[in-house]
Every structure is written in structure tokens, then in C-alpha cells.
Design a protein around this ligand. Structure first.
Ligand SMILES: [Fe+2]
Ligand SMILES: [Fe+2]
Length: 471
């Protein structure tokens, strides 16, 4: 019985230390990013070491290889990949952050941000990464940007289509009509030969979790059309990145085929996933492992560092909204894309929210809501079990759960599960009690309940383990 094992990582966003790793401007950027900056090289090295020593046959990188298309970041990343390639093959799908499509590559010195960083053009990428895909391709499509989609064959009748979906020619991510036709033809051709077809592209085809979170910004512009066509043609799995959230969902096409979309989280932020795909003659198994520690500047860091780095976006922003740190607060929100005027208006609101969530315990909040009589949504015994938790702890837990695909199990019936699901129903109860007729309010309240359930449970499919029949 043959076995093919492939390992997928995504959004390595390698950041060259030459772009600056100290000073207030750098610290601010780092503190507003879920993923790391200075530490990316160390995390990538830790992952490459684990993968090179494992029994996997090849490594795949699902886009956003560099932080923001900086030439220095690409050059360092290529050095790492060439070193890794001495042990195992690597196949790369490039994406918008690899040619800095938003023209916002930055370097940092003291309190200043500089925009004079040399970036790589999209027309250069195919040649730069020729040895990590196109050079071994059995078929290739060159896009209007000069970038490459290509096909790789593996033993055990497995075929990989690496698809670059940066622009559809109509202002969104996706494929031009001729590119789409090439992809469909490749899938059909390989299926007719009895091959297992696996896709790899950066943007999402399936709207995971909730439209409140993974809306059109994360998906390809025409994602519904693409997923139906890919699935109908016979693609079985597609690996995507971009959202930085770990997720598995399935899609059934009109002709009854099933396609699994595996959204691989960012390697350089919590939960630092490496997704292993094992294919035998009759089974497909997907299993996520995580970087548990990495060495940076002679210090060993574990996953708590990555967790704190991620939740720092919430806790630091809320604490800055307090009086006395106005300029740092404005600069921090600017880093998050919020204009000064809006940041100033938001400040009293964020200050109040910050005070409330950091000071209020889950138990006292629940008791207050019960007193307000929404039919006593919270069980006293559940509240008692969470008496040591502040609301901010739950907010941070939920954020981490979103990123890791609900690794920490909160079983149905547990106090944690009961309190959060009861909380999620409050907006809908309010809409009903106040007889609000607005379609938007009805939709948002229902979607909020669904979102909390998705965060708590991880959805219908385990996001970190899947075992299915090959056919
Ligand atoms: Fe990314
Ligand atoms: Fe991305």
C-alpha cells in the first residue's frame, strides 16, 4: 500500500530584521499584529527543522511567504528554502503580500516609520521561486501578472494544483476566465486518469465560521462560482491560508461531489500550525501539529508567548484608550487602519468597554442580566463555576479559539459552554422583546448566536483532525 505525506504551512510572512526590530514605531506595529515580526525567522527555522526531520514527502507553503513583499525578507526566506530543499522538496503558492499589492511595505527606526523599502514586483516572482514549483511543473499557467499556477505530480496518484488567485481582472482576488478554464480542464483531465486532485491557493473559496468574520475580504471575489466548479470537476481537497485561522469545512456540489477546504492558520502567530496530510490507497487523514517552542536571541519561547502576542492587540488597545496615553492610542489605532478623527470619537467608548471588561467578573455580569429579567438566561451554578473569570478572559479565550479552530474543548453542558451560549442568545431576545423589525438587526442577532457557537465548538468538523475515505 502506497502512502504520500505532505505538510502544509501558510502565511509565513517572513520579516527581515534589517527592517528594524526596536524603537517605539516597531513596538507599536508588532503590538497591533496577531502574528510576530522580529521572531518570524526563528519560528520558520523551528518549523523547517521539525518538517525536515519528519517522514513527510514534501512541504507546501500556501501564500504570503514574506511579510509584505520586501526584497530583504524574500532573499532571507529563499535562503531558508534552498537549505530545506537539500532534504525535501518545497512547493510555494505566492500571494498578494509577496509583491506588496497595497504598496505599504515599511521599515522602522525610533518613533519613525519609513516607506522607502524595496519590494519585489509581481513580474519577478515566478523566476525568484522557479525552483519551488514552476521548475518541476507538469503543466503551468502564467497569469496576466506574470505569476504562475502550476501542477505537480506525487506518487500514489496524487496531483497538486498550486493556484495563484491574486487578481481576477475585475478588482477582486480570483482568476481571469482563461485561468479558470485552465484550472477546470486540469482537474477534469486528472480525475479522468483516476488521480486525487488537491488544490492549494491563498484566498478562501468557502466562507468559514460566519459572514460577520470571513466575508468577502477573505474569500475570492467569485468564491461561490469557483468552489462549485472545482468541486463539480472533482477536486477533493483545497488548502487555503490568508485568514490566519485554522478551519476545515466541507462543500457539496450540485452533482453530489464533496470538497474539503482546509484553512491553514499563520505559522508565525498563535497557534503556529503545520498541517500534515497523509494519503493511502483508501484513506485521507489530516492532522495538525503546532510549534511548541522556538529559540530567539538565545531565549526559548513557548506557545504562551504566541498567545499573549495575539491577545495583546485587544488588551493593549483597550488599556491605551484610558486617559493619559492619548497620542500612543491614536498612533496605535492608525496602525490598525483607523483614522485620527474616528479614533478620537471611539476613545470614550473603548475606555468604557475596557473598564467594563477588565473589572467585571462573568458571575456579576450574569447575575445583573438575570436581575434585568431576560427570563434568567444564566444558571446560578454555571456562574458560580466561572466566578474567577473576568469578561476580558473570555474575550481573549474566544479570540484564541477562533485562531486555533477550538483546540480547547468546551463540551456541551459545561458551565463555560452554557454561559456563552446563553450570552449569545441575548441580542435575539432583545430584538424579539423590543419588537425590532429591521431585517439587519434580525440577521445580526441570529448570526451573533451562530458565531459564538462556531467559536465554542469549532463547527461541525474538527478543525485539527479529519479522516475520510479517498473516494
Ligand atoms: Fe497573511
Ligand atoms: Fe493574505
Amino acid at each position: 500500500m502506497g502512502k504520500t505525506k505532505l505538510t502544509f504551512i501558510a502565511d509565513t510572512h517572513h520579516y527581515s530584521k534589517t527592517l528594524g526590530i526596536s524603537g517605539s514605531a516597531y513596538e507599536r506595529r508588532s503590538a497591533t499584529d496577531q502574528k510576530c515580526l522580529a521572531e518570524t525567522g526563528a519560528i520558520i527555522d523551528a518549523a523547517l527543522k521539525i518538517i525536515s526531520q519528519s517522514d513527510t514527502d514534501a512541504l507546501m507553503i500556501v501564500g504570503d511567504v514574506s511579510d509584505d513583499g520586501e526584497r530583504a525578507s524574500h532573499e532571507e526566506m529563499l535562503e531558508k528554502l534552498y537549505k530545506f530543499k537539500q532534504k525535501k522538496p518545497v512547493y510555494v503558492t505566492l500571494a498578494t503580500h509577496d509583491w506588496c499589492c497595497d504598496q505599504n511595505a515599511r521599515r522602522y527606526s525610533g518613533d519613525e516609520v519609513f516607506h522607502d523599502v524595496e519590494t519585489v514586483k509581481h513580474t519577478e516572482l515566478r523566476q525568484m521561486y522557479y525552483d519551488f514549483g514552476p521548475g518541476e511543473a507538469k503543466a503551468e499557467f502564467i497569469t496576466h501578472l506574470g505569476t504562475s499556477s502550476y501542477k505537480i505530480e506525487f506518487p500514489n496518484d496524487v496531483v497538486l494544483l498550486s493556484l495563484i488567485d491574486d487578481q481576477d481582472g475585475e478588482g477582486a482576488s480570483g482568476f481571469t476566465p482563461d485561468h479558470l478554464e485552465w484550472i477546470i480542464n486540469q482537474i477534469k483531465q486528472e480525475r479522468e486518469k483516476g488521480k486525487l486532485v488537491i488544490g492549494m491557493e491563498h484566498h478562501l473559496l468557502y466562507q468559514h465560521i460566519s459572514p460577520l468574520l470571513s466575508g468577502h475580504g477573505l474569500c475570492c471575489g467569485k468564491h461561490e462560482e469557483y468552489i462549485e466548479k472545482f468541486c463539480e470537476a472533482g477536486m477533493r481537497l483545497v488548502f487555503v491560508g490568508h485568514s490566519h485561522m485554522q478551519r476545515i469545512d466541507s462543500y457539496t456540489s450540485e452533482n453530489g461531489n464533496v470538497l474539503y477546504e482546509i484553512n491553514v492558520g499563520s505559522l508565525v502567530g498563535y497557534p503556529a500550525p503545520m498541517v500534515n496530510l497523509s494519503i493511502t490507497d483508501d484513506k485521507i487523514e489530516i492532522k495538525t501539529e503546532h510549534i511548541k517552542e522556538f529559540k530567539y536571541n538565545e531565549t526559548l519561547y513557548n506557545e504562551n508567548f504566541l498567545k499573549n502576542h495575539a491577545t495583546n492587540i485587544i488588551t493593549r488597545t483597550l488599556s491605551l484608550a484610558k486617559r493619559g496615553q492619548k497620542e500612543e492610542y491614536i498612533k496605535t489605532l492608525a496602525e490598525l487602519g483607523v483614522k485620527r478623527e474616528t479614533a478620537e470619537k471611539l476613545r470614550p467608548v473603548l475606555n468604557a468597554v475596557g473598564e467594563f471588561v477588565t473589572r467585571t467578573s462573568v458571575a456579576s455580569f450574569g447575575e445583573f442580566i438575570n436581575l434585568c429579567s431576560f427570563n434568567n438566561p444564566f444558571e446560578k451554578s454555571d456562574l458560580k463555576q466561572l466566578k474567577d473569570k473576568k469578561i476580558i478572559d473570555i474575550v481573549n479565550d474566544c479570540f484564541l479559539s477562533l485562531l486555533d479552530g477550538a483546540l480547547t474543548k468546551r463540551p456541551e453542558g459545561s458551565a463555560y459552554y452554557n454561559v456563552l451560549t446563553s450570552f449569545s442568545k441575548i441580542p435575539e431576545r432583545l430584538v424579539r422583546a423590543l419588537k425590532i423589525k429591521s431585517e439587519k438587526a434580525v440577521f445580526l442577532s441570529a448570526e451573533f448566536e451562530n458565531l459564538i457557537w462556531e467559536i465554542l465548538s469549532g463547527g461541525k468538523i474538527d478543525n485539527n483532525y479529519l479522516l475520510i475515505d479517498r473516494n
